[in-house]
Design a protein around this ligand. Structure first.
Ligand SMILES: Cc1cc2nc3c(=O)[nH]c(=O)nc-3n(C[C@H](O)[C@H](O)[C@H](O)COP(=O)(O)OP(=O)(O)OC[C@H]3O[C@@H](n4cnc5c(N)ncnc54)[C@H](O)[C@@H]3O)c2cc1C
Length: 414
């Protein structure tokens, strides 16, 4: 009996080690495709290659030049130049990631294929979709191509950042600048208020009697009391926040006459920075990854799409519970998603999610404000837990600069 039992045990152990070896070989040969090379996609591609060195990891990006949104508000007011925000892609190859300059035109989730515009198709075992956002300008009456150009949002860094910087520089004494904040989920929730701070700093040093109006479609904003306190100390009387009940929600525009329409009437301003409502990048919607309310639902531990098997959605495009739509959140999701994919391919449990985010807002040359978040899964959703960092280190703009260098290296190997 003892001999038979021992033989069964040995056979069982051999089967286990054979199947473990088989799974390891399959994982090593896995075809992994990532759509979108922003913080989420590029960060995930690098993390996948680190975890599965033998896998083929292909990263597809349609924009020939990618500039980071983080620090782009500084570029608007000359604290840095646009070139300093450009990401170089050359280091990806050294890390083993294949970078393809192409647009994903369609995804066939049944055949597990990605079709590239004019460049053939790629098969995948696992697909990560990280297309960022698209703008829903049509939600605003009168918002057309002319409005998009003459009231630049600069909520995607690049040409619009340059345009808005030029428009700001061209303002004269007594000018009123408007920043319009859309209702609902958006990229970088504290971003408009950092921008208002920097506009006020810039104008207070170069012009007289200028005002910055924030037309807000939301009842409150992140770290509102700290921002308002800083504005009263640094730029007294210059920045005015207009809540929705006071006519803060912009419903339409007449860009040719420089006018904004709200429930409180028509407002004529010298410069309008109109940030339209947002939704996930078009490819997510076209693939059926987003739901009726717009964004893409995912499993909060693996970032697997709730709509399609073997597809994951990360970054601004996904619904990540309490996590803000930020670069740091995208980087944290990228690492978690890569770990979950590596675990799935080797038949292991995914690690528990312990995710973070940090958004720095520059209030002026000497002052910054950081918003830290830490997130775990509870009752099937990502919820906030108390953050860990001491607030005192974060009022120093040097912390923001150090964070920026570190996230560039983590997500882009740049
Ligand atoms: C003014 C401003 C300041 C900000 N400051 C901060 C900050 O200080 N800290 C912070 O954490 N976050 C900040 N953010 C937010 C941050 O920029 C975003 O949250 C982050 O870029 C999201 O990363 P992502 O990879 O999801 O999207 P993206 O960075 O937009 O990348 C998505 C990429 O996918 C590509 N793509 C889309 N569709 C396709 C397709 N079909 N085929 C191929 N490629 C495709 C796009 O071209 C794009 O390059 C700021 C944002 C703004 C606007």
């Amino acid at each position: 009996m003892a001999v038979i039992a021992r033989r069964r045990f040995l056979l069982g152990a051999a089967a286990v080690s054979w199947s473990a070896a088989f799974r390891a070989r399959a994982a090593a040969a896995a075809q992994l495709v990532v759509v979108g090379a922003g913080f989420a996609g590029s960060g995930c591609a690098l993390a996948l290659k680190r975890r599965l060195p033998g896998a083929r990891v292909r990263l597809i990006e349609s924009r020939s030049r990618y500039y980071t949104c983080p620090m782009s508000n500084e570029a608007l007011v000359g604290m840095r130049n646009l070139a300093s925000l450009r990401i170089a892609r050359g280091h990806l190859a050294a890390a083993g990631v294949e970078y393809l300059d192409a647009e994903v035109a369609a995804i066939d989730v049944v055949r597990r294929e990605v079709r590239l515009e004019g460049k053939g198709t790629l098969g995948y075992d696992r697909l990560v979709v990280a297309p960022g956002i698209r703008f829903l300008g049509s939600a605003l009456q009168g918002y057309d191509a002319y409005a998009a150009q003459s009231m630049p949002h600069a909520w995607e860094a690049g040409v619009q950042t340059q345009q808005l910087a030029q428009d700001l520089a061209a303002l004269g004494n007594g000018a009123t600048v408007a920043i319009s904040v859309p209702q609902g989920l958006m990229r970088c929730p504290p971003g408009p208020y950092e921008r208002a701070s920097l506009f006020a700093w810039y104008l207070s040093r170069r012009r007289r009697r200028c005002k910055v109006l924030i037309f807000d479609a939301n009842n409150h904003f992140p770290r509102q009391s700290e921002f308002v306190q800083a504005w009263s100390e640094l730029y007294p009387g210059m920045i005015e926040w207009i809540a929705p009940q006071d006519g803060g929600a912009v419903t339409g525009v007449d860009a040719r006459r420089g006018r904004l329409f709200t429930s409180s009437g028509t407002h004529r301003v010298a410069l309008a920075n109109l940030i339209p409502p947002q939704a996930p990048g078009s490819i997510a919607a076209a693939t059926g990854l987003s739901t009726g309310h717009g964004w893409c639902p995912v499993d909060p531990t693996t970032f697997a799409s709730e709509s399609h098997a073997n597809v994951h959605v990360i970054g601004d495009a996904c619904i990540a519970g309490a996590m803000p739509k930020s670069a740091s959140a995208a980087a944290s999701q990228a690492a978690q998603c890569a770990a979950a994919i590596a675990a799935a391919l080797t038949d292991r449990e995914p690690p528990a999610a312990d995710l973070t985010s940090v958004c720095f807002s520059r209030l002026g040359p000497e002052r910054a404000l950081a918003i830290h978040g830490r997130f775990t899964v509870s009752a099937g959703a990502l919820v906030s837990t108390p953050a860990t960092t001491a607030a005192s280190e974060d009022s120093d703009p040097a912390s923001a600069a150090a964070w920026y260098r570190s996230i560039r290296s983590e997500c882009f190997a740049d």
